[in-house]
Write a protein that binds this ligand. Sequence first.
Ligand SMILES: [Zn+2]
Length: 190
Amino acid sequence: MPRKRPEDAGLYVLYLRITRPIRTRVLKLGYHHFEAGDYVYVGSAGNGILNRLHWHCRRTKRPTGGRKIGKQWHIDALTVHDAVELLGVIENRVVLRSKRRECLWAEEVRAAVAGGMPVPGFGSTNCTLGCDAHFWRVTNGVPPRSLARKVGGEWRPIEYCLLALRERTGRRCGRREVWRRVERGTVRYG
Ligand SMILES: [Zn+2]
């Protein structure tokens, strides 16, 4: 029996904020410098976007299910860093028939953020369209909600995602400071 496709499978933008300049090693791409600012990463999640966000939230990427390496994607090098905050995801629930679709959408996202590219090859190792990267700096200040509208997705702030994950897993994941905001009722939905 084929496994049921999760209803939130599709493409997503992970919207991150780097709070101070950092230098870190991006797997085989080597050491790179990242200015403080907002960044977007485009990926696809056949097992569900929320499920993938669960992975992105983890500060340590421990091997699971026989996987030999902890870090799997370039983006893992940033999501484990203490200067990196996850602001949320833009969901685009499409049927993932080809990598091409992801790459075409990534190009739209890049245009919408006037993307500066800090690391050539970041997130684009398996691209068939020859993308330079699937990760860019937001250089035009577009807020995530407006970006979502421009590229045809739904903005899901991190607080919303963590509450949904807790409902699904019965556990809290993600950063303590985010949960403090949720509990204080000072959640930002911008
Ligand atoms: Zn691509």
